[in-house]
Design a binder for this molecule. Structure first.
Ligand code: ASP
Length: 598
């Protein structure tokens, strides 16, 4: 069947395509030796390409030359064979692979290249340390799973492009050698040879350029953009990552939200052949914090956080009364249905987890027979408080109530962490569900304890919401924004906003963020000047491609969907970057390396 797009001068078909329809036909295949089994006068070889594996048979009686060559063949050799397709004998049929009913009797073989003994067997990759897999990534990527992952990523990228291209978007590239801006994460810097002492910064996102493209009248644009942030790497972060970044002109929040819901519907249909809900649920940031203790709520399970402060207004328990005296103090709890599922050690771990997340502690109450309260604090609770708890939380025998009493944010956040932990521990998460939710009505600013100043929740170009913009001068922390985040299964997969399109307002925001005029000029002067030349209302969003593919592929790590990822310490195990460069190179870019500080 010489009609596949994959037919070349070196193969007629792909290994995985050969089935009983080919019986009696002649094929030429090229690929890697997946396995070789020597049965004396017969040698079996499983030949592999990206499409699958097919069994070859080298029979000394049929073609002794080929048979003799097959004796030399080892795993991962790259070969070409020509042979006849025949049905396997009934007892050797392998129904677990698509080619399992046939085999190819080889008449001619060419060895293209030999392989050293691989550092690990491809099928054993799960048992191999990840750094070894990353060092020999070319072998790791040969595994079926990795082929599937990278192909899935390609499909999602291609479908994303199709979707936006058919909706009037232009794909426009923006510079990778950019300007360092002090906001956000740390920049990666690139020294300029032609401009001694000056540096480019690699883009943390194409934010300002995509906005300027809107100022220039391109109406809608997108990019599958590579972004760089020089941060200490947490579990699922990479120093370079990919965003689906887009910007639209003359839009309101609703328009961007609908565009992205459409994208996900299109992706599910084209990539997985699945229908999903056309419109996603929405939750305000405040409700999300209150009910789920996070701005990345996972709605695939219950365990909602309930406020029980009211019940303890007159509590005799010091920790409760003291907390409530503080005007930012709250008492909140979550109810676990079946406490027998958690051991004493599990509960101790949960208490530790609460402490680690900043709470003073965690109180637990087991509900025993006759709704008896079993807890170190049981004797300090009045009958009325117990009754009110039972009523408000509909407590039943065997329930476990976990309570945190602390400042508002600490209470929400720590219970949010515990909620996720317990749900996974008790396997309450429906792993088959894809649960999308929009979070909106974010505060525009938050207080940064470390820097001891106000900082933007999203970025400084986010438009304040009209209803609360009046607080900008008096109490900026009360101002909300026209920003939105999209969350999938408890992970933020994107965020964006309607942007400021008024120069004075933009300057005011910089002022509130304590970026003085000189720094504004130095870092954003070009942008503010561009805003002074007639700019349309506009807004956009960026979706994290790596995380998105990971979640859609139901994988555990973004490194599984990046062909050449870096390690936690930002090292490429394959190439050994970053690496030392020569004195000459350093001189050319005017850099003098300081002695490491002791
Ligand atoms: N530039 C933002 C980010 O990278 C997204 C946006 O506002 O469009 O997170």
């Amino acid at each position: 069947m010489v009609n596949s797009v994959f037919s070349t001068g070196m193969r007629t078909d792909l290994c995985g395509e050969i089935d009983k329809e080919y019986e009696g036909g002649k094929v030429t295949l090229s690929g890697w030796v997946n396995k070789r089994r020597d049965h004396g006068k017969l040698i079996f070889v499983d030949l592999r390409d990206f499409s699958g594996v097919v069994q070859l048979i080298f029979d000394s009686k049929i073609n002794n030359n080929s048979y003799l060559m097959a004796r030399e063949i080892r795993n991962e050799y790259v070969i070409k064979v020509t042979g006849k397709v025949r049905m396997r004998s009934k007892d050797t049929v392998n129904i677990s692979i698509s080619t399992g009913e046939i085999e190819i009797v080889v008449e001619d073989v060419t060895i293209f290249s030999r392989s050293k003994t691989p550092p690990f067997m491809i099928e054993d990759r799960n048992k191999v340390e990840e750094n070894v897999r990353l060092e020999y990534r070319y072998i790791d990527l040969r595994a079926k799973k990795m082929q599937e992952n990278i192909r899935l990523r390609h499909k999602i990228t291609a479908a994303t492009r199709d979707y936006f291209n058919s909706r009037g978007f232009l794909e426009i590239e923006t510079p990778v050698l950019g300007k360092s801006t002090p906001e956000g994460a740390r920049d990666f810097l690139v020294p300029s040879r032609l401009n001694p002492g000056k540096f480019y910064a690699l883009p943390q996102s194409p934010q300002l350029f995509k906005q300027i493209l809107m100022f220039s009248g391109f109406d809608r644009c997108y990019q599958i953009a590579r972004c760089f942030r020089d941060e200490d790497l947490r579990a699922d972060r990479q120093p370079e990552f990919t965003q689906i970044d887009l910007e639209m002109t003359f839009v309101e929040v609703e328009d961007v939200i609908r565009m992205i819901e459409g994208l996900f519907n299109y992706l599910f249909k084209t990539v997985f052949g699945k229908e999903i809900e056309p419109y996603f649920k929405r939750i305000t940031w405040k409700n999300s914090m209150e009910i789920y203790g996070t701005d990345k709520p996972d709605l695939r399970f219950g365990l909602n956080i309930k406020d029980i402060s009211e019940i303890f207004k007159k509590s005799g328990l010091k920790i409760f009364s003291k907390t409530l005296k503080n005007n930012d103090g709250f008492i909140k709890g979550i109810v676990i249905d079946d406490c027998s599922a958690l051991t004493r050690k599990d509960i101790d771990d949960i208490v530790e987890m609460a402490k680690k997340s900043g709470a003073g502690g965690l109180i637990w109450i087991k509900i025993g027979k006759n709704l008896d309260f079993q807890s170190p604090i049981a004797k300090f609770l009045s009958e009325k408080e117990k009754k009110d708890l039972i009523k408000t939380l509909s407590l039943k025998e065997n329930n476990l109530l976990l309570i945190v009493a602390d400042k508002y944010m600490v209470t929400c956040r720590s219970l949010g962490i515990i909620r996720n932990h317990v749900a996974h521990k008790l396997k309450l998460v429906d792993e088959d569900r894809f649960n999308f939710i929009w979070v909106y009505d974010f505060p525009l600013f938050e207080w940064d304890d470390r820097e001891n100043r106000i900082s933007p929740v999203h970025h400084p170009f986010t438009k304040p919401d009209d209803n609360t913009a009046g607080y900008l001068d008096k109490d900026p922390l009360k101002v909300k924004s026209e920003a939105y985040d999209i969350v999938l299964n408890g992970e933020e997969i994107g965020g964006g906003s309607i942007r400021i399109n008024d120069t004075n307002l933009q300057k005011k925001i910089f002022k509130i963020l304590q970026i003085d005029e000189n720094r504004v000029e130095e870092n954003f002067g070009f942008f503010v000047r561009a805003m002074e030349h007639g700019i349309p209302p506009h807004g956009g969003i960026a979706l994290g491609m790596d995380r998105l593919v990971m979640l859609l592929g139901k994988l555990d790590s973004i490194r599984e969907v990046i062909a050449f990822p870096k390690t936690q310490s930002a090292v490429c195990m394959l190439t050994g970057s970053p690496s030392v460069v020569s004195e000459e190179q350093l001189r050319e870019v005017h850099i003098n390396i300081m002695e490491e500080e002791k």
